[in-house]
Design a protein around this ligand. Structure first.
Ligand SMILES: [Ca+2]
Length: 180
């Protein structure tokens, strides 16, 4: 599965420095321009279209075990502000997509969390939605869905969830569905 492509080796280095696990890079020379393509042999998303939150932590997260959660665990906010999840830097073909975040919040307040889908390291915003902690307040995980359309192939696609300070947001999993 292809994750990304680059024409500058410094961008490639920056990308793979943050990439966990095993990957491989194919380089090719066309018209004296070197192209680097980054592949992984398998990801959770490729097999099931479901990406467990706990396998895709952001900058301010801890993993909580829970019998009721998909795969027995979820990502929980630590109380700091920042991204609960980011990545997984997918290559996506043109088409219409929906990405769902299975989330919950123990706390009710008017503070907002930000869901977005971006491409090219966050350069292009494909979709975004702000939701209050009150709206997410629930015992069970509930889905927040973003739809977006790609006219051209996109690289380094991320599905991100940014939480405010002192939140108690949990993320069980993400699901990506290609609509057409
Ligand atoms: Ca999970």
């Amino acid at each position: 599965m292809k994750l990304a492509e680059f024409f500058e080796i410094c961008r490639l280095e920056e990308f793979v420095n943050n990439l966990p696990g095993t990957f491989y890079v194919l380089s090719s020379n066309k018209n004296e321009q070197i192209k680097y393509e980054v592949f992984v042999t398998q990801t959770t998303l490729a097999k099931t279209d479901r990406l467990e939150g706990e396998d895709n932590p952001g900058e301010i997260t801890k993993v909580e075990k829970s019998a009721g959660a998909s795969a027995g665990a979820y990502l929980a906010a630590t109380g700091k502000t920042g991204y609960l999840t980011s990545g997984p830097y997918l290559h996506l073909d043109p088409g219409r997509y929906e990405v769902s975040f299975a989330v919950k919040s123990a706390k009710k307040s008017s503070d907002e969390v930000r869901f977005d889908a971006t491409a090219f390291y966050g350069r292009d915003t494909l979709a975004g939605k702000d939701v209050t902690l009150g709206e997410l307040s629930s015992q069970d995980f509930q889905k927040v869905t973003l739809g977006f359309e790609l006219d051209e192939p996109a690289d380094s696609v991320e599905f991100r969830l940014e939480v405010p300070a002192n939140s108690t947001v949990g993320l069980d999993y993400l699901e990506l569905v290609k609509q057409s």
